[in-house]
Structures are given as C-alpha cells and as structure tokens.
Design a protein around this ligand. Structure first.
Ligand code: AR6
Length: 170
C-alpha cells in the first residue's frame, strides 16, 4: 500500500540517514541559500566540484551527485520554478521536479529518498499548493513503481508539517 511508503518528518534534511536527499537547487547547480546552502555546507567542498561538472540543470529537471560528508549517499538536485503568480506553468514545473527526481531514484534503485518543500522558500511558491503537488505526484509515482521503496517529506516548520499531515491523512 502506497500510504505505508510515505513518511513525514519535521526537521533538518541534511541530518537524515537515507539513500538520497533532494536539494532545492537553482539552474546553475552551484549552490545558494536556503536548503541548498545547508546541503553544500554539510556535504563539503567536493560537492561543488562535482556540481561544476554537470553544466547546470533546467527548471523542472533533476540531476544526481554523491552525498560526500552527508549520511545520505546521494543528492538529487532539482530546480523548482520561481512563483510568478501561477501563469508561467509553475504547477507543471513543480510536478516535473517530483517526477524527474523520483525517476532518478527508480533508475538508481534508491530505497529511501527525502524531499524538502521544493520552491516554497526563496522561490515563493504557495506552500499549500506545493504540498498538494508533492503528495499527488509522489503517490502517483509510487502506485506505478517499486522504487523508491519509501519517500520522506521533510518540513521545516510546524505549520508546513500540519499542511502535509492533513494531506497525507486524507
Ligand atoms: N531542511 C529541510 N528544509 C529546509 C531546510 C533544511 N535544512 N532549510 C530550508 N528548508 P529554499 P526554494 C525549507 O528557499 O524556494 C537557494 O538559494 C524551507 O523552509 O531552500 O526552492 C537555491 O540556490 C522551504 O520550505 O528553496 C535557489 O536559488 C524549502 O526548504 C533557491 O534558493 C525550500 O526553500 C531555491 O528556492
């Protein structure tokens, strides 16, 4: 059952002992603020060196690297859309972030992958709509695929935790 393959945690994604964590990156893949900055800080400078070899990433697409000093073995870097009011395909692009990240997890036979709320910080995507897209795309993917075995949503505030909890309980 798909419900048993989805978990929710409120906390710092960089501390998780999972096969892969997802990074809310930008098109350059060369680091930034928010969760991206936290991941680069925790993983160490070798992450930047590998990212420099990737030639960036388009919005809605994802690329994988090693996790370096993280407990997580891999980092899936996905580039969420900047919210411009919803008229520039932002929902479709955010859905694509989840689809492409999960497709990489499937291809690499990653068992457990953890997602932060892509685009919901500096990029300004409305948090409730973003959570709905995250949950719907994940359930859709897990229904059709055996990998990843488990998806963990990682929130960074009590409010976001409640938003996901309600969606996952319904
Ligand atoms: N663990 C889990 N979630 C976190 C953490 C953490 N350590 N830190 C922040 N969050 P953001 P975006 C949450 O701004 O909106 C960077 O500069 C945060 O509360 O990190 O996709 C990139 O380089 C929010 O809910 O990413 C890009 O330029 C969510 O993670 C740009 O920001 C995403 O917030 C991407 O913006």
């Amino acid at each position: 059952m798909v419900k048993k393959r989805v978990e929710l945690i409120n906390g710092d994604i960089t501390s998780l002992d999972v096969d892969a964590i997802v990074n809310a990156a930008n098109n350059s893949l060369l680091g930034g603020g928010g969760v991206d900055g936290a991941i680069h800080n925790a993983a160490g400078p070798d992450l930047l060196t590998e990212c420099e070899s990737l030639n960036g990433c388009q919005t809605g697409q994802s690329k994988i690297t090693s996790g370096y000093r993280l407990k997580a073995k891999h980092i899936v870097h996905t580039v969420g859309p900047i919210w411009y009011g919803g008229y520039r395909d932002e929902p479709e692009l955010l859905a694509s972030c989840y689809q492409t990240s999960l497709a990489i997890a499937k291809e690499k036979k990653i068992k457990t992958i953890a997602f932060p709320g892509i685009s919901t910080g500096i990029y300004g995507f409305p948090k409730e709509l973003a959570a709905l897209i995250a949950v719907n795309e994940t359930k859709r993917f897990l229904n059709k695929n055996n990998y990843p075995e488990k998806v963990i949503f990682v929130t960074f505030s009590n409010e976001s935790y409640e938003t996901y909890r309600k969606l996952l309980d319904s």
